[in-house]
Design a protein around this ligand. Structure first.
Ligand code: NAP
Length: 259
């Protein structure tokens, strides 16, 4: 749907780029001409994903890093600029989560999710900033959140607070860094049927149809829907869009509020 050179000359760092939505975005970016650096804790996985992208004709690299560790993140950012010459797009996609009623949630469990999702996103934005502001095409930070971070997320207070925090951080940075030609946006996916999480939680437990009916469109989204939104926001197509939360959820949250 996009012209093949939509992201030509841009370099993207994608956290959690070895699996799921992150890998789908990396694949779309590479096809549209961007160089991509895949970051994750499992080195074999990011290396294998980068190899597959390279074999398909893209330009890709991989780097082991835990987003909770600022030094790891900074090293990954520096390696990206060293390998590809610039950093133009930061995609904060890495996340952790588990279901747990808040009364039973240990402080350590809370801390872990806040550390990966919220602190990890801050680490990446902070380490990337000096390079992003040198982008010749204007830079873009995109963080993957969920509208459950806005509406509240019973049984996942840790993830809800982290995602809500990322939304607030993004809007703050959109204003602080707008003068550096850095756009800062979030994407809120609804349930994405071809991800492992939705397969495991809903489809394999027989709750798929029920969950689909909670969306206005009556169906799950696809990873490709999120990748298309991420291309729009990263490219010149979204050149005047900043501080926005692009909701790609099939009307899930509106139906939740309306019913
Ligand atoms: P996923 O496949 O489990 O992806 C999570 C990725 O994050 C993995 O590649 C993982 O790689 C990486 N990661 C986790 N902890 C990390 C850490 N400390 N440091 C670096 N990387 C780390 O999940 P997904 O379903 O594609 O979700 C991707 C994003 O979309 C998440 O932000 C999620 O909250 C959001 N989302 C998903 C849905 C959905 O329906 N699936 C809906 C709304 C929002 P390693 O284990 O190798 O580190």
């Amino acid at each position: 749907m996009f012209a093949n050179d939509t992201l030509k000359g841009r370099t993207a760092l994608i956290t959690g780029g070895g699996t799921g939505i992150g890998l789908e975005i990396a694949t779309a970016y590479a096809k549209l001409g961007a160089s991509v650096m895949l970051v994750g804790r499992n080195e074999e996985r990011v290396q294998a994903a980068a190899k597959a992208l390279t074999e398909a004709g893209g330009v890709a690299g991989a780097r082991k890093a835990d987003v909770r560790n600022y030094d790891d993140v900074k090293a990954a950012v520096d390696a990206t600029v060293e390998s590809f010459g610039s950093l133009d797009i930061l995609l904060n996609n890495a996340a952790g989560n588990f279901v747990c009623p808040t009364a039973e949630l240990s402080p350590r469990g809370w801390q872990t999710v806040i550390d990966i999702d919220l602190n990890g996103t801050f680490h990446c934005c902070h380490a990337a900033y000096p390079h992003l502001k040198q982008s010749r095409q204007g830079a873009s930070i995109i963080s993957i959140i969920t509208m459950l971070g806005v509406t509240g997320w019973p049984q996942a207070a840790h993830a809800a607070a982290a995602k809500g925090g990322i939304l607030s951080l993004s809007r703050t940075l959109a204003v602080e860094w707008g003068g550096d030609d850095i756009r800062v946006n979030t994407i809120s996916p609804g349930p994405i049927g071809d991800t492992e999480g939705v397969q495991r939680m809903y489809i394999e437990t027989g709750r798929g149809h029920l969950e689909e009916k909670k969306t206005a469109l009556g169906r799950f989204g696809r990873k490709e829907d999120i990748a298309n939104a991420a291309v729009f926001l990263a490219s010149g197509l979204g050149a005047y869009v900043t501080g926005e939360n692009l909701i790609v959820d099939g009307g899930r949250w509106l139906k939740y509020v309306a019913s």
